[in-house]
Design a protein around this ligand. Sequence first.
Ligand SMILES: *Cc1c(COP(=O)(O)O)cnc(C)c1O
Length: 366
Amino acid sequence: MIPIAKPFMGDEEIKAVTDVLKSGTIAQGPKVKEFEQRFAEFIGIKNAVAVNSGTAALHCSLYAAGINKDDEVITVPLTFIATANVILMQGAKPVFVDVEDETFNIDPTKIEEKITKKTKAIIPIDIYGHPYDYDKVKTIADKYGLKIIEDACQAVGAEYKGKKCGTLGDISAFSFYATKNLTTGEGGMITTNNDKFAELARRFRHHGQSEQKRYEYYGLGYNYRMTDICAAIGIEQMKKIQQINSTRINNAAYLSKSLKKINGITIPTIKKGCKHVFHLYTIKVEDNFKLKRDELMEYLNKKGIGCGIYYPVPLHLCAHIRKFGYKENDFPVAERLIKQVISLPVHPYVTKEQLDYIIDAFGELE
Ligand SMILES: *Cc1c(COP(=O)(O)O)cnc(C)c1O
């Protein structure tokens, strides 16, 4: 079986973890600080704050950006549930905007009609590792005085017109979950050029305490701290991320070169000026393809090719979100895409022979 994802781990990570275990400091300590510094440098940003998941990073970001009870926050229905759940965690209301057919990202032409007096922020996703349309969304955010909280969870190393994802918002969130391009098992990072937001995020990850003055509580917080064990893995992963991303990009290009010739298959788009890091290589199965999407998935699985549907349910139709009054057909593009998408393996352990095997599996259907 060619798995859809596999963490890229070596002896370096094993040694780094062992060293931390022997050091006597295993919770948040010097390794977390070093990981934050290296990450900030890589992204090209003033502040990076490490936490124990991407969800925690998003939650801290919403808190730092001042999202509160009864505020409205704009996002998309085609993303991982965490993006909407953190809005609920702050007592705010998720307001959805449909996505672009081509990039799967937020459709900037549909944002303005959803803005009300209660709207405080937009959370665009760099879905699958492709940056959202920053210039267009930023213009709207500025016009209405809205914050941008970038969900860069899938986009470490991706770029928009020379700017790295993680700088495309007032504050941004990354995930280091096991399947992500850079992983610490579980983990996350907040990036921002705003020093006040960074300080608020640091407090929120640490029960509302300032890291300078312990046991002085400024407000509600959580335990979202990263361990030095995870940070040590993260530091080693940082040294490999360029290699990991370029292998993914090359694997994606190799698949696309052949799959684009197949009737009824639409390969991923890379917009001009964008660097796509292919956290997921996602194709669309159109109506004129030989098999239905679910049949294709079954066929590939039988051939030992791991694949996945990201995501099978549009968020506005999840039971706990639907009760805000959403229904089928509210977001026709996202709802159609969710029936068309299928992601294929491009992680660094996929060999050229395996890519050829995947391409041949499609060829055999012709
Ligand atoms: C992975 C992911 C998250 C959540 O990250 P966790 O580390 O699993 O908490 C949030 N948003 C998106 C788009 C993601 O892909």
